[in-house]
Design a protein around this ligand. Sequence first.
Ligand code: ADP
Length: 421
Amino acid sequence: MLFKRRLSLKKADAKVSNLAGDLRDEKQKSDIILNSIDDGVLLIDSQMTIQLFNPAAAKITGWPTAETTGIDVSQVIRCVTEKGEPIEAAQHPVREAFTTKKPFRDNNAILLSRSSKQIPITISVSPLLDQSDNMYGAVAVIRDVTQERLEEKQRAEFISTASHEMRTPVAAIEGYLQLALNDKVSKIDAKARDFLVKALDSTHHLGQLFQDLLTSAKAEDGRLVSHPTVVELGAYVEQLADSFKFSAEKKGLTTDFIFGRSSDSDITQGGDRVLRPLYYVHVDPDRLREVITNLFDNAVKYTPSGNVSVGVTGNNDVVQLFVRDTGPGIMAEDVPHLFQKFYRVDNSATRTIGGTGLGLFICRKIIELYHGRIWVESEVGKGSTFYINLPRLGTARAEELQRAEAQSMAPRPISSLTTPV
Ligand code: ADP
């Protein structure tokens, strides 16, 4: 009996020592991982102070591990804007995770190292929640992406230079093909004409591809030229309506143009004249035309029969433009990728209809320039609606800006031209 008890005590001791060994092993394993990975890992407590700071985090930030324990995370992970100005406290990635209690990721953050060097990083913060959903800390992972950014920049520069250089010979080929097809300049038979028309079509497509590549490369590295002015979106779309109607009717599609909502803020004057609301926005009209034309062309391109409508509406803060079609619609799984570079839905329609997959990417980049948002709502078999929201300028502010624009364009009086400035 005594022997049996001793045996079971021995067994229990062995279990405890195994467990301690296992735990030691586990700690060793996690220490090995934390000390050897290239990503900076931080354990942050509920007061947002640092409790663990691995060697990679020390290397990226320039802060020795020993000096970081117990320090507020925002003093060590100092995030700044592209201009090097500190971001607002509420926008700090760790603060965002604490506020929302949800994982937060920023792929384009800029860290100010201890020696005030700007380092592009990605940062992801995962909240630690107990069973009652209380947040007792967070784990942040940071990665130095200096090399990736440099390579991206070099790639974009290459694409930009190559497409710029290739546009010139393509334009020359296009010009000569047009001359060959011109009755007044060349005599060709029907078969040759047919070949040349096809060659011209493809050359045009190639030129468009180079143009799109150039625009997207510029959009990515912030070199997109933009001269924003005050634009009244209703009148602006009305101007474009005729050419839109023409291209849709050529394909047998009907069109509608819808401005404002009758229930919104329309004013009736003198009984029958209806003034629609003025939807002012501050954008470069040429850039905006690129976006609206792209959405309209897509709607026509992907809609075999039916209707395409374009509308402008809004509320006090936002002006909304939409392009709606009765085409095939877009599957839900494709929707999140639609505004990414080179994304084309893989179906029989896109296999036969030409395209580059750059149009919607460029649209998004342009709309983001003006702090707007672009998205799509779609139902397979029923059609798609592409929406753009832009910040609305109040009429008084729009008129003030218009006056300032007119003044800056006006010729200066002779006296001011002769006065040295
Ligand atoms: P593309 O040059 O291929 O038209 P876009 O970036 O303009 O490139 O569009 C990306 C993809 O989105 C298209 O290939 C197409 O599959 C889908 N798409 C865009 N607009 C529509 C639409 N109105 N209806 C259905 N699919 C559309």
